[in-house]
Design a protein around this ligand. Sequence first.
Ligand code: SF4
Length: 458
Amino acid sequence: MDLEEKLRILGSEARYDVSCSSTGSARMRWQEDAERGCQPGIYYSRADDGRCLPLLKILFTNRCIYDCAYCVNRSSARRPRVSFTPQEVAKLTMHYYRRHIVQGLFLSSGVLVSPDHTMERLVLTARMLRMKRGFRGYIHLKVIPGASPELIRDAGLFADRLSVNIELPSERSLRFLAPNKTHETILRPMGEISRHIEMDREESRAFPGTLPFARAGQTTQLIVGATPESDLEIVHLAEELYRVYGLQRVYYAGFVPVSEDPRLPLLPEPPLLREHRLYQADWLLRRYGFAARELVDEEHPYLDGELDPKSAWALRNLHYFPVEVNRADFEELLRVPGIGTRSARRIVSARRLHSLDLASLSKLGVVCKRARYFVTCSGRYYCDPRFGEEDIRRHIRTCFDPAGSGGARGEQMRMFGEPAACLTGRGPCSALPRGSGIEGAASRLTPEDALSSASGEL
Ligand code: SF4
């Protein structure tokens, strides 16, 4: 098979791995390109600082010795199998990089022969790019669960970012749907990566100029809705992963059935609204100082389908409000629905010059349709003081979903029509349809909801 055909197959299947995010518009452009047959494997990923990076995103191979029930490349699936060589991946990457079409490589893979055999090839590819080809772009390598510590150490020397997919929220579910994997084989590499990153930090203090180990950190992704775990379990797991392994990001991928397997649930639609709420909750964990127990608990094991998690938290904690915007400290402002990190910073700086009212909050980027129920401006409350939890909930819902078309409690918001055939496949290591988290799900949310979530003004 020629290189072009390999790229078409392995580039197309790699897009289902969501452990690096893309922008909605860029992904659509990439999909259109892919459908037109242009530039297969080119994918737009959103960096942590907000920049959009075009990447060559491919699988090393779609062969796999494992048989994970949710995966399009499982060993029992009948499909054309193909593999690159390290030389071919290096050649393709340099081809696109020299022409400024991509700024980096995202390399994932099925499990060929054994975890170590596959990992050796991924590391060899990265080494070849760095040492022989002088490649200075970004490299994200997928770490194969069960790979040996030596190979993980080598991978981190050549890659900017590493990711090990945790796949499913519990060991029980993993045993059920992916019997070849265990949480131990997944968490051990995560621990290795985290240990090397920590050691590297100390070494670079002692020996400035040492080669940084996976300088962009590590990420993971998990499938939501294929197994019965609640949001309570998922949000607590994410919090634990951030705390113990220092992950940069946890990516969530709503389950879409792609193969006939009696172990898989029959869902009427992919749980995209749930995925979106998990991304919002994750954002609150990472950027807003929320703890998992504040967002979900035994009484509320699922995130609110009607409201974003911050508004839902605020309604359960009305005793905390209203917050006086002209006096509250930064952390208090961050707890107000509709005030994000950026607008909180602007408020703190603007109020040094003059006192703020609702109109000025709006100019500072506050989503006042949410915030007005939870703030006072120089003692003035802009809503009916008799409003209780249900009234505020109803008003926020009406503002953000005037037609009442989606997001009703217990209903799944429809994010797109019938899934296209090309979107119902799964890629390697829990690769799932759609490119990423928040913007994928947000594409059919109300504009204000999508905008406020994507900009972090939750
Ligand atoms: S999820 Fe990964 S390990 Fe499992 S069958 Fe797919 S490619 Fe193989």
